[in-house]
Design a protein around this ligand. Structure first.
Ligand code: GP9
Ligand code: MN
Length: 619
């Protein structure tokens, strides 16, 4: 009976086998999944089957010709899924989600590096397909339909396979499904195709959230945010009252470049010097996800977590928000963004309106020539200078956000702008990165000089913040060399999510500079700045806390569910000592309570965004 089944259904069995092997092959060569033991390897090896057996099994109900066509079609589609994920992973160290597909025009960085990322090995993924097509054409059909009993047994085996897969995963990593914020954990356990399937379900579920939400949905969240509010520190509250805010987002700038040298030369001499006259947060984490720069803008504006999939700028631009811009408007501030890219990039033109930003100076407002451009467009030096000119004519007080661009992958600058040597490692990307960071630093120096010259400097607070990482885990080997480590662990990867936050208040911070090492994150920027400007955030529905408040608990949650406190770092189901990276065995006691808080914040924030709950906020 069994043999008969395999004999009759040889085309189905072969299709499953080929696709299974191809999937495992891409798991191994296309992604860099951390596998710690044989059980994890076994799960990875088996998990494609719990998708392929049931889905390909549908064809047991088909006529043979349709069956062959379907299986060949499915092979083509799934091979496409494998290749596109592998290319995407090579660039973002992440898996494709449905919203990402709708922002395809933003995958600009991918375009320029497509050739680099296309592995000739991908061609091997088509050999089986050719063989299947040839077999389908040349081999006669057996012409016998499987008996209902055979189909039943087949599906029982399929269900058994899926349950076995989940049971093994639970055994290896208890409650892995509750860690659904981490895509790598999901793919490793339930499999790539199953992950896409779940992503589809969760996107659909999110869409229904708005319709079922009402005022009560917001009330429970307000209980949390009100209890989480930290009172401003009276010595700091309002110290910058009435000043302009000039907020510069430093593209792809990670904290590891600060106070660091290449060939004996500082990478960030200007910022190193500025830190001596500013408040500098050296344990400040970026909390962005797939929306990159747009996520960092979203976080700073709202103190809400960005979406797990895609960019909120695209998926939730129609929502109502109580952004910092809207609060500032109530205190007579005008707001503007300066960024020398097209206004539609990241859907900024639409989202900025929802956030209540008064004016957007996009690329059209700048004088851009081939001479003053590189990589992604207008060079930072020109961008900042021209922005300072435009800013001078704005009604004051203003909040201006400036987003730099030169230090963006692929990190290219002209020879004459290269002020230090490239780094020397196997990663061209990291080697060039230090030179574009150095260039950005020089541009900032000129920008400050310009602000002093045009009179804005003394009446402003100037904030510099890195938006997200620039060097991904794909360059771990070179990073380890750079940082003088043997290898990079998940603990190191979390530590690398630190970006600089520098708050410079002329006349104040130069007299009393501070380096603050409490754990903090981009979510904390909004309450911190508003309190410095003398605007209390009590009653606002947002997360994050004033970094100067004495009541604040040092804490930062990354969007994938990892979190950091002054004592611990929790990531990939491991609890580490924050200072030493030592693994803590009694993780449940130490990291457990914070894990609950981290997950609660992420889920409440998701509820606000998916339910568009701030439309019910009446204050
Ligand atoms: C593009 C700039 C860079 O306008 O913000 O975007 P990123 O790729 O870093 O999100
Ligand atoms: Mn960016």
């Amino acid at each position: 009976m069994k043999e008969q089944f395999f004999k009759k259904q040889w085309f189905l069995c072969l299709s499953i086998f080929f696709m299974w092997m191809k999937t495992y092959f891409i798991y191994k060569i296309g992604f860099d999944l951390q596998i710690d033991n044989w059980l994890q390897e076994l799960i990875l090896f088996l998990n494609p089957l719990s998708f392929l057996i049931p889905v390909f099994g549908i064809t047991l109900y088909f006529r043979e010709k349709t069956q062959r066509l379907f299986l060949i079609g499915a092979n083509v589609i799934l091979t496409g899924v494998l290749i596109s994920n592998s290319i995407f992973y090579g660039f973002y160290i992440d898996f494709i989600t449905i919203p990402v597909l709708f922002q395809a025009k933003n995958l600009g960085g991918l375009g320029s590096s497509f050739q680099e990322l296309f592995d000739p090995m991908f061609i091997a993924l088509f050999f089986d397909l050719a063989l299947l097509i040839w077999l389908a054409k040349t081999r006669r059909r057996t012409g016998i339909k499987p008996s209902p009993r055979a189909v039943k047994i087949y599906y029982m085996a399929a269900v058994g396979m899926t349950l076995f897969n989940i049971a093994l995963s639970e055994l290896e990593q208890p409650r892995f499904l509750t860690y659904s914020y981490d895509r790598e954990v999901l793919v490793k356990n339930i499999g790539l195709y199953q992950f896409h399937f779940l992503d589809g379900i969760s996107q659909t579920f999110n869409l229904t959230q708005k319709a079922v939400a009402d005022e009560n949905s917001l009330a429970t969240i307000e209980n949390y945010t009100n209890a989480d509010y930290s009172k401003p520190n009276q010595d700091m509250f309002g110290i910058a009252k009435g000043r302009n805010v000039i907020f510069v987002t430093l593209e792809s700038t990670q904290n590891f470049v600060i106070h660091e040298k290449v060939n004996g030369e500082d990478i960030t001499p200007f910022m190193n010097d500025l830190i001596k006259k500013s408040y500098y947060f050296d344990h400040f984490y970026q909390q962005t996800e797939q929306g990159k720069t747009s996520d960092s803008e979203f976080i700073v504006a709202n103190s809400l977590y960005p979406s797990l999939s895609g960019s909120v700028f695209f998926t939730k631009s129609e929502n109502e928000y109580n952004s910092m811009y809207k609060t500032l408007a109530k205190h007579d501030y005008t707001s503007s963004v300066f960024h020398a890219n097209h206004k539609k990039f990241w859907n900024r033109d639409v989202m900025y309106k929802s956030l209540g930003i008064d004016s957007f100076f996009d690329v059209e407002h700048f004088n851009v020539t081939p001479e003053n451009s590189t990589g992604w467009g207008l060079k930072d030096e020109e961008f900042l200078t021209q922005s300072a000119d435009l800013m001078k004519d704005l009604p004051q007080p203003f909040y201006s956000s400036l987003i730099t661009l030169t230090n963006h992958f692929p990190f290219q600058i002209d020879d004459k702008d290269q002020l230090i040597d490239e780094y020397d490692s196997d990663s061209e990307v990291l080697n060039r990165y230090v030179t574009t960071v150095r260039y950005q630093d020089e541009s900032l120096k000129h920008f400050f000089a310009k602000l002093k010259a045009n009179g804005l400097y003394d009446q402003s607070v100037i904030v510099l913040m890195g938006d997200h990482y620039g060097i991904s885990e794909a360059h771990n080997e070179a990073l380890a060399q750079f940082l003088g480590k043997e290898e990079m662990t998940p603990y190191d990867t979390v530590q690398l999510q630190r970006v600089p936050l520098i708050i410079h208040i002329p006349g104040i911070t130069d007299k009393d500079p501070q380096t603050i090492s409490d754990t903090s994150g981009q979510m904390d920027v909004k309450p911190t700045l508003l309190h410095l400007l003398g605007i209390d955030t009590k009653g606002m529905v947002h997360f994050g806390n004033d970094l100067f408040s004495k009541e604040r608990m040092p804490f930062a949650v990354l969007r994938n569910g990892s979190f950091i406190t002054d004592d611990y770092i929790y990531t990939k189901n491991i609890c580490y000592k924050q200072k030493t990276g030592e693994i803590i065995e009694d993780a449940k006691d130490k990291c457990g309570p914070f894990e609950e808080k981290a997950n609660e914040e992420l889920s409440l924030s998701d509820k606000i965004i998916n339910g568009d709950l701030l439309r019910f906020y009446k204050k």
